[in-house]
Design a protein around this ligand. Structure first.
Ligand SMILES: Cc1cc2nc3c(=O)[nH]c(=O)nc-3n(C[C@H](O)[C@H](O)[C@H](O)COP(=O)(O)OP(=O)(O)OC[C@H]3O[C@@H](n4cnc5c(N)ncnc54)[C@H](O)[C@@H]3O)c2cc1C
Ligand code: FES
Ligand code: FES
Length: 488
């Protein structure tokens, strides 16, 4: 039985914060602006899209303190236990001057109305600290989650390219504070669970993974909150009550990544940013998809486990993971079970999860030699947008040119992420030719009866899915570069 504390503790800029009375749905942005009167961080969209509320959150990982850009509008205060929150008010240059990043924005005319500017400054500040001389792609990636409606992006990018001329991170306040901050933040995790509030206002911050399993088994009515990039919007957009809540984003055991020569196992709390290196190495075909998940801030918060557990028909990890033959590991108290990921999704909003059971990890088999694999995301906007549909294709063509194995899975085409079994059957054992592909296209209508919504019409979805199969075929024939040139 672990000991229990009743205080959420973290650092805010240079100050230590201790809170004993917090609502589970209090967002960091509201707390900063309304309670702490720190109004540099702005509210543009309140749904993680525009980046006007960007702050940095420092967390201890191994021997380091790592600062991630996050959107304060959908991050809950209670999830900050054991972190260092850095807002735009903390930035300063020498002798009262502007910070180098701010000065570069001024000199390169990176701001007009100024509403988005604190958010851009914080994203650039995070980039400058880890990569003082960023390349153009690195700048664009860091700014994917920041929108500006009046300046345009060219001056902001020029400011980003110039910021290192104004100063080096070694002279920055966070550099100087780093060791002291790390020790203070680490000391907050003293082996105790945090419990605050009662009934629907109850907050649990488990001491460790076993403690989480125990709490959830005893309180299956509680809501798990990992990165809050889905749950945050239930609060800010749908005004839903979410308590009681178990916060899990701090659990190091849920951030493990285990690899061997046949599979990669991602624990549920691994964020998109944390998974990127292993995805690039083990599944390079998913690199583009990964960089099109949301923007940088949401990738720093959102977890693999949250994407799967949420069960959304347009979540982007299930289609490729199902095509890869992923296994899902579920845990309830000390009892564990393993299922195929595709069997987890039963119906819209219904997953194969028992009361008090949570997603502990997902295992992705590495691709055997000779197999072809690709995933395509179709969305209205290239970046920072949810899929209208997402299709994953995997095929093995044998020595005699016939399909020896095929797996196809789609999101956005049905009430759940789903395999295209009729299409697979139409391809299996056939010659891998365009004639076979054309003959298999009608089978899409057997597998899927998509809906029309704001993202796409049902006709568009069906046609796009068929065309993605053709594209996949052409790419397996070495015509990928030609297709890219023609689209460009
Ligand atoms: C601006 C923006 C852009 C986005 N873009 C994309 C995108 O491009 N593609 C995409 O797929 N998604 C996108 N999302 C959605 C979201 O980021 C992902 O679904 C994310 O992976 C959710 O993870 P999370 O940790 O934030 O989940 P949370 O919001 O914390 O939780 C989501 C759900 O999962 C449950 N849950 C969390 N962890 C577990 C667990 N271990 N076991 C059981 N249940 C659990 C929670 O109780 C909740 O029901 C976007 C969101 C935003 C705000
Ligand atoms: S206010 Fe738009 S991302 Fe937070
Ligand atoms: S400067 Fe006005 S929105 Fe960016």
């Amino acid at each position: 039985m672990v000991e229990v504390s009743n205080t959420i503790r973290f650092l805010l800029n240079g100050e230590e914060v201790a809170l004993t009375d917090v609502a589970p749905d209090l967002t960091l942005l509201d707390w900063l602006r309304l309670e702490r009167r720190l109004r540099g961080s702005k509210e543009g969209c309140a749904e993680g899209d525009c980046g006007a509320c960007t702050v940095l959150v420092g967390r201890v990982a191994g021997d380091e303190i790592i600062y991630d850009s996050v959107t304060a509008c959908i991050r809950f205060v209670a999830s900050l236990h054991g972190t260092h929150v850095v807002t735009v008010e903390h930035l300063r240059g020498e002798n009262g001057a502007l910070h180098p990043v701010q000065q570069a924005m001024v000199d390169y005319h990176g701001s007009q109305c100024g509403f988005c500017t604190p958010g851009f400054v914080m994203s650039l500040y995070g980039l400058w600290m880890r990569d003082p001389h960023p390349s153009r792609p690195a700048i664009e990636k860091a700014l994917q989650g920041n929108l500006c409606r009046c300046t345009g992006y060219a001056p902001i990018i020029r400011a980003a390219e110039a910021m290192s001329q104004y100063g080096a991170p070694q002279g920055d306040v966070l550099w100087a504070e780093r060791i002291a901050v790390k020790d203070k933040v680490r000391a907050i995790f003293d082996g105790r669970r945090v419990e605050i509030g009662e009934g629907a206002n109850k907050i649990f911050i488990p001491a460790n993974l076993d403690d989480f399993a125990e709490i959830y088994a005893a309180h299956p009515e509680a809501r798990i909150v990992a990165g809050s990039t889905d749950v945050g919007l239930w609060v800010t957009k749908f005004m839903r009550a979410i308590g009681p809540v178990i916060f899990t984003g701090h659990l190091q055991e849920l951030k493990r990544i285990a690899e061997n020569n046949s599979e990669v196992r991602l624990y549920a709390g691994v964020t998109y940013s944390e998974a990127l290196p292993v995805i690039e190495a083990g599944f390079p075909q998913l690199k583009e998809l990964w960089n099109r998940f949301a923007g940088e801030q949401v990738r720093n918060m959102g977890t693999i486990g949250g994407n799967i557990a949420n069960g959304s028909p347009i979540g982007d990890t299930p289609p490729p993971f199902i095509a890869l033959g992923a296994k899902l590991h579920l845990r309830q108290g000390s009892h564990r079970r393993e299922i195929k990921l595709e069997d987890f999704f039963i119906d819209y909003g219904k997953q194969d999860r028992r009361p008090g059971e949570f997603v502990e990890s997902v295992t992705l088999p590495l691709l055997p030699a000779g197999e072809k694999f690709a995933t395509y995301k179709i969305s209205k906007r290239r970046e920072e947008d949810i899929s209208a549909l997402c299709g994953a294709f995997r095929v093995f063509v044998n020595d005699v040119g016939r399909v020896g194995m095929v797996r196809i899975a789609f999101g956005g085409m049905a009430a759940t992420p789903k395999r295209a079994k009729a299409v697979e059957a139409a391809l299996d054992g056939k010659r891998w030719t365009m004639d076979t592909i054309e003959a298999a296209l009608p089978a899409f209508a057997e597998d899927f009866q998509p809906i029309t919504d704001m993202r796409a019409s049902k006709e568009y979805r069906l046609l796009a899915a068929q065309n993605l199969l053709k594209r996949f075929f052409l790419e397996t024939q070495g015509q990928g570069e030609r297709l890219k040139r023609e689209v460009a």
